[in-house]
Design a protein around this ligand. Structure first.
Ligand code: KDG
Length: 338
C-alpha cells in the first residue's frame, strides 16, 4: 500500500513540475539579457535586492529573461543611467527618487524632511494610489516605474564634530544629493550644502572636499563611509525611497507575458529588499560603533527645531508648484495614521 501511495505522490509531483514547465514553455518569453545598473556596492542591501530580482526572474521565465547586475555606478551615476534608459541603451536601474526631480519635479515631495514617521507609513503611501500615480508620470518621459525599494531614513555623518543640535552644523561642508530641497534644507540648517553624485561621494569625503554627508546607516556601512567619517548623528531627517526603473523604449517591445513576469519579480524583490534592509539597519549602528564612529542620538526637541528650520525649504517647494502634491501626500499619510 505504502509503495502505491509513494508512486501516486511521485506521479502528482511530476505532473505538478511538468505543469509548471509547460506553463513556462507556453508563455511568450524570448531569450533576453537585461542590464540592471545601480550605484551601491554589490555587497549592499541594494546589490542583494538586484541579485534577488535577477534570480527570481530567471526562475520565473525558465532561464529566458536574464538580468545582470552592474554595481558601484559601473554603468554611470543615477542621472546618467536614467538617460541611458530613456535612450534605450540600458534596460533597468534602481535610483534614488531624489535624482528624478529633473525629469518629474513632483518626486521632490519625497525629499521633504520629517514626512513619514515610520516604514509602515512609507510602504502604504508608496505602494498605494499616491506612489503609483507619481510613478506613472515617468511614462511620458521614457521611463517605467516598477516598484519602490527602501533606501531608508537618512542620518548625518561628518569629520568635524558631533552634531547634537542645529548650531553644531554651522559651517560644515555637507554633500547632498543634486536636488533643490536637500540644498535648501541643509543651507537653512546652517551647513554649506554641496550637491554631488553618489558615485563621487567617497572620494570627496576622503580628500576632505566635503566634511560630511547624509545617508541611511546601511549605505554608511556598505559604502565604508566609516573609514572617512568620525561622527554619526541619528536624525532620520528624510525617508528616502529607491525606485526600480525600466526603459520605456525597451519595455514597449516586450510581450505581455514578459512584462507580467518582470512585474511579479519586481514585486517579490520589493518585499525581500524591505525586509533585508530593515534587518540590516538594526545591526548597522552597532557595526559602525565597532568601526570607531561616535554615535549621537539627536533629541526630539532638537529634531523639532530642525523641522521648523526646514520650513522655508518646504514652503519654497510648495510655492514652485508642489502645493497640491504635498497636500495629497499628507492626506495619504493621515489615512495610515488613523
Ligand atoms: O546610486 C545611489 C543611489 O541609489 C542612492 O543611494 C543615492 O541616497 C543616495 C545618495 O545619497 O546619493
Amino acid at each position: 500500500m505504502k509503495k502505491l501511495v509513494n508512486a501516486i505522490a511521485m506521479a502528482l509531483a511530476f505532473t505538478g513540475t511538468a505543469g509548471a514547465l509547460q506553463a513556462v514553455h507556453a508563455a511568450d518569453y524570448k531569450p533576453r539579457i537585461i542590464r540592471f545598473g545601480y550605484g551601491l556596492a554589490e555587497d549592499s542591501n541594494q546589490g542583494r535586492a538586484v541579485k534577488y530580482f535577477a534570480d527570481d526572474l530567471n526562475k520565473r521565465t525558465g532561464g529566458k529573461l536574464k538580468a545582470k547586475g552592474f554595481a558601484s555606478a559601473s554603468l554611470g551615476s543615477d542621472t546618467q543611467m536614467q538617460n541611458a534608459l530613456i535612450g534605450g541603451a540600458q534596460e533597468m536601474t534602481v535610483v534614488s527618487t531624489a535624482t528624478l526631480v529633473g525629469i518629474v519635479k513632483d518626486f521632490g515631495v519625497y525629499d521633504l524632511p520629517f514626512l513619514f514617521a515610520n516604514e509602515k507609513e512609507a510602504d502604504a503611501v508608496l505602494d498605494g494610489p499616491f506612489g503609483q500615480k507619481l510613478a506613472a508620470k515617468l511614462q511620458d518621459k521614457g521611463l517605467v516605474g516598477l516598484v519602490y525599494w527602501e533606501n531608508g531614513f537618512r542620518n548625518l555623518t561628518n569629520t568635524k564634530r558631533p552634531v547634537a543640535k542645529l548650531e553644531d552644523l554651522q559651517g560644515i561642508k555637507l554633500r547632498v544629493m543634486q536636488n533643490p530641497v536637500y540644498i535648501d534644507m541643509f543651507n537653512s540648517f546652517g551647513a554649506n550644502a554641496v550637491p554631488l553624485p553618489f558615485s563621487e561621494l567617497f572620494t570627496a569625503l576622503e580628500t576632505k572636499t566635503v566634511d560630511g554627508q547624509e545617508n541611511p546607516v546601511n549605505t554608511i556601512q556598505s559604502s565604508k563611509f566609516y573609514e572617512v567619517q568620525k561622527y554619526l548623528s541619528l536624525t532620520k531627517h528624510v525617508y528616502s525611497p529607491w525606485i526600480v526603473l525600466a526603459s520605456k523604449k525597451w519595455w514597449d517591445g516586450l510581450s505581455a507575458d514578459e512584462k507580467k513576469a518582470i512585474q511579479e519579480s519586481a514585486a517579490a524583490s520589493r518585499d525581500y529588499e524591505r525586509k533585508d534592509s530593515r534587518e540590516a539597519a538594526v545591526k548597522a549602528v552597532d557595526f559602525l560603533k565597532e568601526k570607531g564612529m561616535q554615535v549621537t542620538v539627536v533629541s526630539d526637541a532638537e529634531l523639532t527645531r530642525m523641522r521648523e528650520k526646514a520650513k522655508p525649504a518646504f514652503d519654497k517647494f510648495a510655492a514652485e508648484g508642489g502645493a497640491d502634491v504635498i497636500k495629497d501626500l499628507q492626506a495619504e499619510i493621515a489615512k495610515v495614521r488613523k
